[in-house]
Every structure is written in structure tokens, then in C-alpha cells.
Design a protein around this ligand. Structure first.
Ligand SMILES: Nc1ncnc2c1ncn2[C@@H]1O[C@H](COP(=O)(O)OP(=O)(O)OP(=O)(O)O)[C@@H](O)[C@H]1O
Length: 369
């Protein structure tokens, strides 16, 4: 097992600095998912950690060992860092069978043959490839090759495994199974895992903590999946976790009013300041629709579109100039009546977040009515 300390590193390609002054600490035995949009620099970060990319600033420690330092000109070679790696292109050696691919790193570590075979077969079973152990990669699908690469990383290091989008080619069911296997394995072996993905659902399944990067390669928030979900520090993180609604509001006389609309609702809190504008953020599943009656107060909207998605309904509700997305569990909708297009509904928000115009999250106390 190993902790990882990335201290103020900068990494780039030629004149293009991709990561600028990034710091990140991963605890011994922890699984950390690094999540961010395409080409924000996730792979570059992992490559720097593994020693494939040079850093131009900062230091990297694996456990107590300094493995990269720009100032001290330290750059330990990748094979000496003792990291199990799966990169996106899941390169497995084409001339070796599945078993030979997975045994290879163990043989390089001079693990005795019988023991190496046993450990390899166990890892192959964990990625559900036992029946393919003697096939060549050319006889496997892309997803199966990805699982072989995963098994090879699992046996490569008992310390630290880094996985760069290792299960993206799998269908949803297998992806879920593999996420679960990775999580189990991390718990059983206590190995430290750094997992890169742009899929926040996989990240939430696997990770003890998540680090959310923005498109310029800066880390916006690090926290447990629950912290990230319930207290996103800014609108970027909020949006990153899925479909979300943002309504500009102003807080006046104990009520929040939609900017430029004649609609307001009471709110009991001590966090918002009088006569101040905020962006109110809300997730579709955290809004309840109640059929509006004449004279009703609150945020009232007209149902524009009702779409049945199987397990839930997806609604587009027009609230003034804003289109608000609402999701409702299908069972609940069938029990209580499916909303109808053209009718008016009041939107009850269960746990909206408020962000100041300079992006700071406001900690609310009390409930929204
Ligand atoms: N070998 C390279 N030479 C020059 N530029 C590169 C190289 N590898 C990556 N880049 C650039 O660095 C930036 C970050 O790439 P990186 O692969 O780290 O992103 P990523 O977050 O892993 O993306 P994705 O999720 O799409 O894999 C991109 O703009 C990319 O074009």
C-alpha cells in the first residue's frame, strides 16, 4: 500500500502547459476517482505520476519516496515506481495469451512460476475472463481486452494501481459489475487506487473520494461522493454531476424572487443576504410538482413536455422565461397521477443550493417552503 502526494506540479507538452500547480493527496489504501471533461489533463496527471511525463514544477511522492522533483531533478523511472497501470488504450500484448499477459508482470517481479500462475488466474477470475485464459487478444472483443489489462494491473502492484478509463468499452451491466469488482478488490487488498473517468456514476461507485477537474485542468473540489453531491462548491461542480436547473433569484423580505419575474416563495434561512442576487441550483429529482390552484403563490410553471423514460418521467416545465427539468419516479407518478401537458404546477424544491454571483456556495440553515 502507498499514499501519494502530488505537490504543486505543472506538466505540459512543449509550450502547452496542461496542468498548472496541481496538488493532490491520496491516502494509503484509499480509492480516489479523478473526474473531469475530455482533454482537461487527467491522463497527463496519471502519466506524470507514473513517470512517463516530466514535470516542470513541483514534486511527487509515493509513500515516503520522492519519485519526481523538478527542482531536485529527480525522475525515478516508471518501472521502479511499482505502480500497476491500465491506460485507456488497454494495450495488451498481442502475441501472448490472456494468461501470459497477466502472468508477465509477476514473472518480471521474479514471483515463482506456480505462485504467479495462481495469482494471475485469480485476477482473471475477478474480471470474469477465466474461460478465455488461453485465447489471444485478437480473439477477444475490445471490452474483453480491457478486462485483461485490468487483471494485469491488479497483479502488477499491491501498492498502487492507476486506472485510466479502464472500463469505458463495456456495456452498462458489465461496467457496473467491473466497478463493483474494483471496489471489492480495493477493500480486500487495501491497495491504493487512482481511477480516472469522465463518468461520474462509475466514480461514485468506486471512489472513497472524488476530485473534480474543470476543463483547464484545475481541481475544483475534492470530497466523498456524498459531499460532492450534497455540497458542490460551485456551479461547475453542481452541473458536472448531471442535469441541473439554475434560476437567477433575488432574496427580498424573507422571500426568494425570480429575477425579472413576478414569482416568489418564502424561505427560512440565515445564510442569504437581503437584496442580493443568487443563482438557485436544483436537481430534477429534488423538485416536486403540485397542481396549481388559482391564487397559489410560489414558483408556478406550465407543463410543456411529459416524457416517460421507464423508471421515471421527465418533465419540462416553463416557469416564466425559464425551462425547468423535473424528474419523478414512475411508481410515484402512477400512484398520484401523471402531470399533463398544458396544465399549471407549483414547484416545491427540497434542497436547493444557492451560489453568489461570484460562484461561492451559500450554506443554508432552515428549509425552503
Ligand atoms: N503527447 C502529447 N503531445 C501533445 N499534446 C498532448 C499529448 N497528449 C495529450 N496532449 C494534450 O494535452 C491535453 C490534455 O490531454 P489528456 O489526455 O491529459 O486529457 P484527458 O483529460 O485525459 O482527456 P480524455 O478524457 O479525453 O482522455 C489535451 O489538450 C491534449 O491534446
Amino acid at each position: 500500500m502507498a499514499s501519494v502526494d502530488i505537490k504543486g506540479i505543472s506538466v505540459g507538452y512543449g509550450n502547452n502547459t496542461v496542468l498548472n500547480d496541481i496538488s493532490l493527496s491520496i491516502k494509503d489504501g484509499e480509492s480516489l476517482a479523478i473526474v473531469g471533461p475530455s482533454s482537461c489533463g487527467k491522463t497527463t496527471l496519471l502519466r506524470a505520476l507514473c513517470g512517463f511525463n516530466k514535470i516542470s514544477q513541483g514534486e511527487i511522492y509515493i509513500g515516503d519516496k520522492l519519485v519526481s522533483s523538478a527542482k531536485k531533478r529527480v525522475s525515478i523511472s516508471p518501472e521502479k515506481r511499482n505502480i500497476g497501470v491500465v491506460f485507456q488504450d488497454y494495450a495488451v500484448w498481442p502475441h501472448m495469451t490472456v494468461l501470459e499477459n497477466v502472468v508477465y508482470p509477476l514473472r518480471k517481479q521474479k514471483v515463482p512460476k506456480v505462485q504467479a500462475q495462481e495469482r494471475a488466474m485469480k485476477a482473471i477470475a475477478q474480471v470474469k475472463m477465466t474461460e478465455y485464459a488461453h485465447r489471444l487478444p485478437s480473439q477477444l472483443s475490445g471490452g474483453q481486452q480491457q478486462r485483461v489489462a485490468l487483471a494485469r494491473a491488479l497483479v502488477s502492484s499491491q501498492n498502487l494501481i492507476v486506472l485510466d478509463e479502464p472500463i469505458t468499452n463495456l456495456d452498462a451491466t458489465l461496467r457496473e459489475e467491473m466497478s463493483y469488482e474494483i471496489q471489492q478488490l480495493q477493500r480486500e487488498l487495501g491497495v491504493t487506487i487512482i481511477y480516472i473517468t469522465h463518468d461520474q456514476e462509475t466514480a461514485m461507485t468506486i471512489a472513497d473520494r472524488m476530485a473534480i477537474m474543470n476543463n483547464t485542468g484545475d481541481i475544483q473540489q475534492i470530497g466523498t461522493p456524498e459531499e460532492i453531491w450534497t455540497k458542490p462548491v460551485n456551479q461547475y461542480v453542481y452541473k458536472f454531476l448531471g442535469v441541473s436547473n439554475f434560476i437567477p433569484v433575488v432574496y427580498e423580505n424573507g422571500r426568494i424572487k425570480i429575477v425579472d419575474e413576478n414569482m416568489s416563495m418564502t424561505i427560512e434561512n440565515k445564510g442569504l443576504e437581503e437584496n442580493t442576487e443568487y443563482m438557485m441550483a436544483s436537481r430534477p429529482i429534488e423538485i416536486k410538482l403540485v397542481e396549481a390552484k388559482k391564487g397559489d403563490e410560489g414558483f408556478i410553471g406550465k407543463m410543456n413536455r411529459v416524457t416517460y423514460l421507464g423508471d421515471q418521467f421527465d418533465y419540462f416545465v416553463e416557469v416564466g422565461v425559464h425551462t425547468i427539468r423535473v424528474h419523478q419516479d414512475s411508481y410515484d407518478a402512477f400512484q398520484n397521477g401523471v402531470p399533463e401537458e398544458g396544465k399549471y404546477y407549483r414547484l416545491d424544491f427540497s434542497q436547493p443550493q444557492f451560489y453568489t454571483m461570484n460562484e461561492q456556495a451559500v450554506a443554508l440553515e432552515g428549509e425552503v417552503d
